[in-house]
Write a protein that binds this ligand. Structure first.
Ligand code: MN3
Length: 201
């Protein structure tokens, strides 16, 4: 198999009470797993089997919908698990903290704008913090399983933080209350990993 489901880097109940264990089990074990299976089926016997998921995303306009949807789903969720964790939350410091203050005035202002990107995404999709080609930070959002790496994205850049606002990410615990899910989600953001991605390592 060209692509494999990465293990969750923590126990499925590690993000409670903010994200419940059952949601994590279904989200990772069923939803993400299905994206991987369907992506592998879609690229079977093709050169994409040997490509990185990042390179596939960068040229997604040449791919059929099955690769766009499932390849995006695989990339997005692989990032999502790593930028969350137990004993997380708080605020970023160092170079990332400085860059957020420079781009958005303050961390609180950044959080407000990022949450608005997630709340305002109609239907299913993602909110992103990206680093553009000049190293500057920006907030954007994409529909479905698209992401800012994709050549079809309105705003392009390297994702360093992503928030899944599909209902499957929060419905068991929060039902239709997406804003409550986003408020709680800040408590599980792993800023060390976001800083690592910002540094380009
Ligand atoms: Mn999801």
């Amino acid at each position: 198999m060209a692509f494999t489901l990465p293990a969750l880097p923590y126990a499925s109940n590690a993000l409670e009470p903010h994200i419940d264990s059952r949601t994590m089990e279904i989200h990772h074990g069923k939803h993400h797993n299905a994206y991987v299976t369907n992506l592998n089926n879609a690229v079977a016997g093709k050169p994409e089997e040997g490509m990185s998921i990042e390179d596939i995303c960068r040229n997604i306009s040449k791919q059929p919908a099955a690769v766009r949807n499932n390849g995006g789903g695989h990339y997005n969720h692989s990032l999502f698990w790593t930028i969350m964790g137990p004993n997380a939350g708080g605020a970023p410091s160092g170079a990332l903290g400085d860059a957020i203050n420079a781009a958005f005035t303050s961390f609180d202002e950044f959080k407000t704008k990022f949450a608005a990107a997630g709340t305002g995404r109609f239907g299913s999709g993602w909110a992103w913090l990206i680093k553009d080609s000049g190293g500057k930070l920006a907030i954007t959002s994409t529909a479905n399983q698209d992401n800012p790496l994709m050549d079809v994205a309105e705003v392009k850049g390297t994702p360093i933080l992503g928030l899944d606002v599909w209902e499957h990410a929060y419905y068991l615990n929060y039902q239709n209350r997406r804003p409550d899910y986003i408020t709680a989600w800040w408590n599980v953001v792993n800023w060390n990993e976001v800083a690592r991605r910002f540094a380009g390592k």
